[in-house]
Design a protein around this ligand. Structure first.
Ligand code: S3P
Length: 168
């Protein structure tokens, strides 16, 4: 493996957490789920952090966590869907890591996330049209950050992980 860290990024519902678990098992890397870590450290859910402390505070917590993670070895990290929107995070991640962008169509994302109430950015607009709009607005930053881009529509986690492993 050329670098010591794998960062999984991509829009909400592109399968980052599923692929995290799969790569953890397949490659024997320690796994870190950024959202989970922030929830644990803050003792609050993501919707509560957004509602009570604001999105900016959540983004600062992400940036602070990225800095800590970037010193670790042999890890696979599932980022929050917005982590690579900050260029300083991308730069930190690239020091020792490979950034893997997972993609899916707006319709696939909608099918995967529609039942969940854990995503404050979609809470008021849970529909494929809004998902597409936000995804398109973010696309340039996702693509600029990515070292490897992997499609997830209609594929199993195992197939996706094999592709990532081969392309690292
Ligand atoms: C966000 C994605 C979420 C979570 C937060 C903000 C985003 O993570 O970090 O709700 O800005 O895209 P997932 O992509 O794991 O749902």
């Amino acid at each position: 493996m050329p670098k010591r860290q794998i960062y999984l990024t991509g829009f909400m519902g592109t399968g980052k957490s599923t692929i995290l678990n799969c790569l953890h098992q397949l490659c024997g890397l320690q796994k870190i789920e950024m959202d989970e870590q922030i929830v644990q450290e803050q003792g609050m859910s993501i919707p509560d952090i957004f509602a009570q402390k604001g999105e900016e505070t959540f983004r600062n917590l992400e940036t602070e966590l990225v800095k800590r993670i970037s010193h670790m070895d042999n890890i696979v990290v599932s980022c929050g869907g917005g982590t690579v929107m900050r260029q300083c995070n991308v730069e930190e991640m690239k020091k020792n890591g490979t950034i893997v962008l997972l993609t899916a169509t707006p319709q696939t994302v909608y099918e995967r996330v529609k039942g969940s109430h854990n995503r404050p950015l979609l809470e008021k607009n849970m529909n494929p049209q809004y998902i597409e709009q936000l995804m398109e607005a973010r696309r340039p930053k996702y693509e600029a950050a990515a070292d490897i881009i992997v499609k997830t529509d209609g594929r199993t986690a195992k197939e996706i992980c094999q592709e990532i492993k081969e392309r690292l």
